[in-house]
Design a protein around this ligand. Structure first.
Ligand code: SF4
Length: 75
C-alpha cells in the first residue's frame, strides 16, 4: 500500500508553511505553482488540498506544520 500525507483540516491555521515546503521539495526555489499542497478557505474553515498524483509522504512536511496537521498513513 502507498504511503501518503493525510491532513487534519480542523487544526489548520492557514500559515502556508506546508505549501512553501512542498514547493521547495519539488524544486530549489519557492514556486507556489509547483506546490503539491494548497490551502483554501478562511480561518476556522481551511481546506487542505493534497495532490495525490505525486509522492507526498515527506516527513519534512509533517515536521514543519506548527499545528501537527499531518500524519503519514498507508492508503
Ligand atoms: S503548515 Fe499546518 S497550519 Fe500551516 S497551513 Fe499547512 S497545514 Fe495549516
Amino acid at each position: 500500500m502507498p504511503r501518503v500525507l493525510s491532513p487534519n483540516e480542523k487544526k489548520c491555521i492557514g500559515c502556508g508553511l506546508c505549501v512553501i515546503k512542498s514547493s521547495l521539495i519539488e524544486g530549489s526555489t519557492i514556486d507556489l505553482g509547483k506546490a503539491f499542497i494548497r490551502i483554501y478557505g478562511r480561518p476556522k474553515s481551511y481546506i487542505i488540498s493534497v495532490d495525490y498524483g505525486k509522492k507526498t509522504d515527506f516527513k519534512d512536511i509533517v515536521k514543519i506544520c506548527p499545528r501537527n496537521c499531518f500524519e503519514i498513513i498507508e492508503k
